[in-house]
Design a protein around this ligand. Structure first.
Ligand SMILES: *[C@@H]1O[C@H](CO)[C@@H](O)[C@H](O)[C@H]1NC(C)=O
Ligand SMILES: *[C@@H]1O[C@H](CO)[C@@H](O)[C@H](O)[C@H]1NC(C)=O
Length: 295
């Protein structure tokens, strides 16, 4: 018998309550010096303005990238990005959450560059237990190189939702009951990078990176994680039922559902769920399960 279970029930409850008060969510409001490490690129990633701005650059020799110091298990993550301007064809700017190991979970935003004046593609994917193949791609309703815009990932026990400037563009529901693995027990770090992917990124790889335009630079601002921090095998959010943050139980209400449908109707470029040719054995389960509540 361990120390805690030896205590009388009432005392155990008190102990739990104390832990809850002590360590609810951790909200970090954007200082890159405190929140991230630049992990590669040999000086091509730079933290500027006292931690308020981070730039990544890419040239023929290398790209660059950074990652959060913390690992998270659930959270609402916001980042403001200003993408590579001008001729960004062949470049990819990535912003994602990922866990470790060979059976990892991952939630991706990737921004596929293009020739000047041609539209970026926002490429999204969700990996669970090391398996992805869940791409959805979108155009944006603004020029993502002219200014900063907010790209968010909501990840809670029921839903993964991708947002652009507060508008939902994609939802991945917890459909474990239908046999679809859901990211729920592997902590993830936040990663960003800028790299060359001209073998596939722009028009399927037909347009190559124009190195005479290098270095390419993307800018990041105001990373905010309203999240459960995972540390030493424990979460800063003690248990699901204790959690009182709005994001923890957030889902799309009917007006957000309408926005999602609007974005998908007007701006979706590719949806794996509509690509029957790619899945001759049948579409993935999450594409065919109907949700009781919302459909
Ligand atoms: C680049 O522009 C072309 C032409 O408008 C378009 O077909 C393509 O989807 C755009 N984006 C990427 C990443 O290729
Ligand atoms: C920083 O991000 C937070 C969370 O998205 C937002 O509420 C706040 O307005 C942002 N601050 C600036 C200066 O954009």
């Amino acid at each position: 018998m361990d120390a805690v279970s030896a205590l009388p029930n009432a005392l155990q409850m008190l102990l739990v309550a104390a832990l809850v008060v002590q360590a609810l969510m951790v909200a970090s409001a954007g200082n890159f010096n405190q929140d991230v490490d630049i992990t590669w690129g040999d000086g091509r990633g730079k933290i500027l303005n006292d931690g308020q701005l981070l730039t990544l650059s890419l040239d023929k020799a290398s790209g660059s990238g950074f990652q959060s110091k913390n690992e998270f298990l659930y959270g609402k993550f916001d980042m403001q990005l200003k993408l590579v301007p001008g001729n960004s064809a062949g470049t990819v700017t990535a912003y994602y959450l990922k866990s470790q190991g060979s059976s990892w979970d991952e939630i991706d935003f990737e921004f596929l560059g293009n020739l000047s004046g041609d539209p970026y593609i926002v490429h999204t994917n969700v990996y669970t237990k090391g398996k992805g193949d869940r791409e959805q791609q979108f155009y944006l309703w603004f020029d993502p190189t002219a200014d900063f815009h907010t790209y968010s990932i909501l990840w809670n026990p029921g839903h993964v939702i991708f947002y652009v400037d507060g508008r939902p563009i994609r939802e991945f529901k917890n459909l474990e009951q239908a046999g679809v693995p859901y990211p729920k027990n592997q902590a993830m770090k936040m990663y960003c990078s800028l790299w060359n992917a001209d073998d596939w990124a722009t028009r399927g790889g037909q347009v190559k990176t124009d190195w005479s335009q290098a270095p390419f630079t993307a800018s990041f601002r105001n990373f905010t994680a309203n999240a459960c921090v995972w540390f030493n095998g424990a979460s800063s959010c003690p248990s699901d039922s204790f959690s009182n943050s709005a994001w923890f139980s957030q889902e799309l209400d009917s007006s957000s559902q309408k926005v999602l449908k609007w974005v998908q109707k007007k701006y979706m470029v590719y949806n794996y769920c509509k690509d029957a040719k790619r899945f001759p054995q049948g579409l993935p389960v999450e594409c065919t399960v109907r949700n009781r509540k919302t459909d």
